[in-house]
Write a protein that binds this ligand. Structure first.
Ligand code: 5RP
Length: 229
């Protein structure tokens, strides 16, 4: 059911793609529906070029025959389509459940527009129930973790940090980093937290996407509805 909704939202976004576009292509199960539907249109003659946000998306896009480029060759994109783990009413997002938020944020920031695709379970009043992914450099991990814990206390945010994949076998991102997931329960002031996180040495990127999404296609039992910023 949820997968059907993800597919419906993805198909709606594919309908917004026109020939000549330079696309950012997201990561995750919803974005995979987008890649497959985009592949059908490319094989039907749609002329686009895309920058994948992960090695996983790159492999699928190549299988689908979608022409790919890089931000070195094509530094400005027209549209990024990507999933999300949480979406609030102002189109602030939590992303990174699939561990790709560093490349996803770089690609979204290089795009004129970003469309989010999701099923209705991703919509929230307040961000933070989904653990916030924080990508960190392996060097100095203990010190970075301490600094993050102090930061959360100073902002009145409770919650623990867990290592993605476990302490013994940490998940390694496409960029060679680790991910600490912050179980904060609620993030009442996402802007303040976002600014503070990037100031912590050792933090590469976090999963708060603020001011990046222009529109979301959200699929529920009554069909796909559109949210705008
Ligand atoms: C990957 C992401 C994904 O977009 C997010 O986790 C949503 O995934 P899905 O579409 O599988 O629910 O941010 O880093």
């Amino acid at each position: 059911m949820s997968d059907d909704m993800k597919r419906l939202a993805a198909e709606r976004a594919v309908a917004d793609v026109t020939s000549g576009m330079r696309l950012g292509i997201g990561t995750g199960s919803t974005a995979e529906h987008f890649v497959r539907a985009l592949g059908v249109r490319v094989r039907g003659g749609l002329d686009v070029i895309g920058v994948p946000t992960s090695e996983r998306t790159r492999a699928l896009a190549q299988e689908e025959g979608i022409p790919l480029t890089t931000l070195e060759e094509t530094p400005a994109l027209d549209l990024t389509v990507d999933g999300a783990d949480e979406i609030d009413n102002a189109l602030r997002l939590i992303k990174g459940g699939g561990g790709a938020h560093l490349r996803e944020k770089i690609v979204a920031a290089a795009s004129t527009r970003m469309i989010v695709i999701a099923d209705g379970s991703k919509c929230v009043q307040t961000l933070g129930k989904f653990p916030l992914p924080i990508e960190v450099v392996p060097f100095g991990l203990g010190a970075t973790r301490n600094a993050l814990e102090k930061l959360f206390v100073s902002l009145g945010l409770g919650g623990e940090l867990t290592m993605r994949g476990g302490e013994q076998h940490p998940f390694v991102t496409d960029g060679g980093h680790y991910i600490l997931d912050a179980h904060l329960t609620a993030i009442p002031d996402a802007e303040t937290l976002a600014r503070a996180l990037v100031a912590v040495p050792g933090v590469v990127e976090h999963g708060l996407f603020i001011g990046l999404a222009d529109k979301a296609y959200v699929a529920g039992t009554d069909g796909v509805f559109e949210m705008t910023a």
